[in-house]
Design a protein. Structure first.
Length: 310
């Protein structure tokens, strides 16, 4: 019996959506990724949609080709085949962020024409010290370099102005939300001082160019949504994607699972003799989609998101 009722959500979701699975190859695949993949593949299939696979290796310092290879291998082992991306990622690909510098530069040029982009020489440390935020709070950029007219050049960060104002949206699962990017994060960093495109910028450019109309991801990224909708609009996107943020996986006692703990790595679970079915069932259970860790194959994921009889 599925614990997730798609009937009530259908009106909020695009018909035949294009969604994506977008891991960052800064580590190996773990149960948190698998839980996300279950939502992505399960909902896409239930709605007759498609899944794109995208390697989000914008952070050049932390991403490694061996993590990417292991992620692709684990996905294949689990039986999770995307509609686009897996074959394309065998070589240079528009589904790998590090191969797309030209596209990000072009998107930056579009934003720059609006006159709202500026160079920034602030360090992360300096910003945190100036902002004086509590440890559990997001650091808001106080706007020190706005108006200094620093040129956009190597060695400098690049930011875009976040005008004040609320961004309302409806999360498909959580309902009506309102976020105020200017208050949460201030002017958004697009490229950092070392030349890395930021997650926020790259993901918005990619979801736009890949025509993604449904973003399915964990609740830890909920706070990024308003700024991403705002940025997409600045890049000319008329209709933002629909967002669905799902619960993160928890240990049976309710504690948060850490990415680094050995009991969540798919490679470790495989080495210990787990099957794809036990791994998928365990992830579905830990994210609350199953009442117990039953075995489940990739082909059965859709059944978790069935519509119930009225
Ligand atoms: N690459 C991001 C991550 O691995 C996911 C981005 C997103 O879903 O917006 O956390």
């Amino acid at each position: 019996m599925p614990s997730f009722d798609l009937t009530a959500l259908r009106a909020r979701l695009p018909a035949r959506p294009i969604t994506r699975f977008a891991p960052s190859p800064t580590g190996f695949l773990h149960l948190g990724h698998v839980a996300n993949a279950i939502y992505v593949w399960g909902i896409a299939r239930a709605l007759g949609g498609r899944v794109l696979l995208r390697m989000e290796d914008h952070d050049r310092g932390r991403s490694r080709p061996e993590y990417e290879r292991a992620i692709l291998d684990d996905l294949e082992w689990l039986g999770l085949a995307p509609h686009v991306g897996a074959a394309e990622l065998r070589g240079p690909s528009s589904y790998r962020q590090s191969d797309c510098g030209e596209l990000y530069r072009a998107a930056l040029a579009t934003l720059a024409r609006s006159g709202r982009v500026y160079g920034c020489d602030c360090s992360r440390k300096g910003i945190a010290a100036e902002a004086g935020d509590a440890a559990d709070q997001e650091t808001r950029y106080p706007g020190r370099c706005r108006g200094r007219e620093l040129p956009l050049e190597d060695g400098r960060g690049i930011r875009v102005v976040m005008e004040p104002g609320a961004v309302p949206f409806t999360d498909a699962l959580l309902g009506a939300m309102t976020q105020s990017p200017a208050e949460q994060c201030g002017d958004l960093l697009l490229r950092d001082r070392t030349g890395n495109w930021t997650y926020q910028f790259a993901v918005v450019v990619d979801d736009l160019r890949h025509a993604v109309d449904l973003v399915i991801r964990g609740e830890d990224l909920l706070s990024s949504t308003g700024r991403q909708i705002r940025l997409a609009g600045m890049l000319g996107r008329e209709q933002p994607p629909v967002f669905l943020h799902h619960p993160l996986i928890r240990k049976p006692d309710g504690a948060k699972l850490s990415k680094s703990s050995g009991d969540t790595g798919i490679g470790e679970l495989r080495a210990a003799g787990a099957t794809p079915q036990t791994v998928l069932g365990r992830a579905a259970w830990l994210t609350g989609l199953l009442d117990s860790p039953e075995r489940m194959s990739a082909g059965e994921l859709e059944s978790l998101f069935a519509e119930r009889e009225a």
